[in-house]
Design a binder for this molecule. Sequence first.
Ligand code: EPZ
Length: 438
Amino acid sequence: MKKKTEMLTRNEHDERESAFEQLKIYGGRKLFGCVEVDASKNAFLPILAGCLLCEDEVCLKNYVNLSDLGNMRKILNVLNVSSSLSGKELYINPKKIENVKITHDLASLVRASIIVLGALLGRFRGGVIAYPGGCKIGSRPIDIHLKSFRALGVRVIERHGYIYCHGQNMKAGKVVLDFPSVGATESLMLCGCLLNGESVFLNVAKEPEIVDLQNFLNAMGADVSGAGTDCIVVRGVKKLHGGQFSVMPDRIVAGTYLLAAAICGGDVEVEKTFFRHNESLISFLRQSACKIDVFDDRIRLRADKRLSSIPKIQTLPYPSFPTDLQPQMMVLQAVSSGVSIIQENLFENRFGVVPELRKMGADIVIKDRTACVVGVEKLYGADVCASDLRAGAALVLAGLKAEGYTTISNVSYIDRGYERIEEKLSLLGADIKRGLFE
Ligand code: EPZ
């Protein structure tokens, strides 16, 4: 009998290995050079679900090797929608799609699996899926998704950990979201594309990823308008064809590298990114006395001294400061000169990085959804553990700044949203390695 490990596929082997891998950083170096931003995880995921609405092959031209995208491809695969990679081009073949139940082992891999349900309703008027997964940054309810489906005439039954949707009586119509949920907005867009008639969705999310999904759907023959505003109109069409599409750059990854440069000091150019996607962050960084030059598709940041704290930061839906950059921004405030009050308004459990930052010497006190961060002169390297994707990215930034060695465990969280983060940061002069260091 072959050893179990020999029988794993390369991907499974990688994932299992990554589960135990660590990042080891020797901090204190300034960062210099250019770093390119890859495609956006949070745009790619709903677009992959959108491929389920297409009748012909789709080519997404700028794939990025993230475990969340790999897991979403596994979900498509179980629906008999194959995907194959040629260089960075991902070819998705939805021609033989089958509407099968998506079980817990797959649905729980990613939060975006709930958006697949929207696509199945759009394509087949029905679907069954287990509850979605996602980072443990809050309860992550799906009530707004389900209420929206019901508003379009879908019969939704939740039982034994599964969501059963019967959409035989689905009709185009008006839906007003209780909250501008990104995922629920995306689900509705996918639901409405092939529905007969015009649907109007109000109080929707305005994130750039919503605009990218609209651009993708329209490139495949849909008729969607209004993305980026609080009202989206979807006029149903008979079918969506295939085609090619390039996904927008990842604004959160871009913001993470800009914060790395602000925290470490130096001169870094972040390329293939649109500054308008990060206006709120750029405004805060300029307030902290960073020198920032913006161009069409790149941003240059220079910082050569300890930055001043930003007195109040709160996370809100786009275009306000994004929750996905909150842990990384907290690291900058932890080493700035002054006091910063950070309020996390989107998720009830998104301060997971704080206990680990305290181990490194940060002075942070939490009360409910508010963190009070008193800037310290120095952080000290320590053995720390990532609790979720963005907390893991924040620990990398803290390790780059800290004196001495920092070892970060649970690197698989970071790999959900950053492709080989250690290689990109090494190119900027960081001393960071991946391996098993215990
Ligand atoms: C998307 O999650 C992103 N994930 C998240 O990024 C991001 O933090 C979030 O939007 C907010 O911008 C993907 O796009 C895959 P929401 P999503 O629905 O769609 C509540 C990362 O690090 N809510 O806009 O799940 C919810 O609890 C990830 O890349 C309900 O109450 O976010 C939260 O408080 C983390 N009921 C708020 O709305 C619902 O049915 C925003 O959630 C849905 C959401």
